[in-house]
Design a protein around this ligand. Structure first.
Ligand SMILES: [Zn+2]
Length: 305
């Protein structure tokens, strides 16, 4: 079995300095020219954050998404802007078009609530946004990290919802396994739902929330589901990738979705396989929720062998 450390699998390829011969003083002068006092602060030091800031000139900012260990173009990015009150900034993405069909998502309250900027904010590989005071987040799509799941769980306390831990990762993050509905062992049917094998596919998590709410709904369907069907859910499989803002999709040497053969690389996948080996339970329906590609609005069902 091949083992790779989580550090190695997430490491960005080494960056080659474009200024190998410049002494430190000149390097400092260069970077002083690219980030001046009065420039907005732009970073990705937030849950699910992902951005590389290349340079800032006035109200123009050149950036690109951090591919990390995804060796081909992918399009997750999620940045924070502070210190830009009253400014209208244009972000130029230098590694391709990274906008979906609704344009970037924006939060003007530090990630609590989100809206879409719309495609009218985009022009080619750039988008423009007005900023007020405070902490503004802009992302490819509305993020969903373990903090969002924690919040959902806090607001859905129920005897029909059991939170278990599938495992704690090497980075000390918990991979939750939730049991919803008929959780007393008498279930006639069982449904398994997983999501975020591809870390960047944040919107899949909102679909998972909706499915769980269907099991808890105070209506006839919800009552029947709670009486007859156990829903087993792993809402965030690649929890480290989600928290760190990785692309996750096509992660080298292969991603979590393609890790279910012999010799699984990822501890989360090994743990899920082990759980059903240790506790064999028939599963009537299994759904692994994903997102379509960047501007694809079709619904796909990828069937197994
Ligand atoms: Zn996917």
């Amino acid at each position: 079995m091949i083992e790779i450390s989580s550090d190695k699998r997430r490491a960005s390829p080494p960056l080659l300095s474009p200024f190998p011969l410049l002494p430190p003083v000149q390097l400092l002068l260069f970077f002083a020219a690219t980030a001046c006092a009065g420039d907005p602060q732009i970073d990705a030091d937030i849950p699910g954050g992902n951005i590389v800031v290349e340079r800032i000139e006035g109200n123009d900012v050149w950036v690109h998404q951090d591919q990390r260990d995804t060796p081909r173009f992918w399009f997750w990015w999620h940045l924070r802007v502070q210190g830009a009150a009253g400014r209208t900034l244009t972000f130029h993405f230098t590694q391709g078009n990274v906008f979906g069909t609704r344009g970037p998502a924006v939060s003007r309250d530090g990630g609590k609530t989100w809206d879409w900027l719309g495609v009218e904010a985009c022009d080619g590989d750039a988008f423009t946004c007005e900023f007020a005071d405070g902490d503004t987040r802009v992302a490819f799509a509305i993020p969903y990290t373990p903090a969002n799941l924690d919040q959902w769980l806090r607001t859905h306390d129920s005897q029909y919802l059991v939170r278990e831990s599938l495992l704690q990762t090497d980075e000390q993050r918990n991979v939750d396994l939730l049991r919803v509905g008929c959780v007393d062992g008498s279930a006639q049917r069982r449904v398994l739902i997983t999501a975020r094998h591809h870390a960047c596919e944040s919107l899949a998590s909102y679909v998972v929330e909706g499915l769980m709410e269907g099991w808890l709904a105070l209506d006839d369907d919800g009552a029947w589901l709670r009486e007859n069907v156990e829903l087993v859910v792993v809402p965030i499989m690649d929890v480290d990738g989600v928290e760190d803002g990785d692309q996750g999709k096509l992660r080298a040497p292969h991603d979590h979705w393609l890790d279910y053969g012999d010799g699984s690389l990822y501890e989360e996948v090994r743990a899920l396989k082990q759980r059903f080996q240790d506790n064999p339970q028939p599963v009537d329906v299994a759904l692994d929720i994903h997102c379509p590609s960047i501007r694809d609005e079709k619904l796909y069902f990828a069937l197994g062998p």
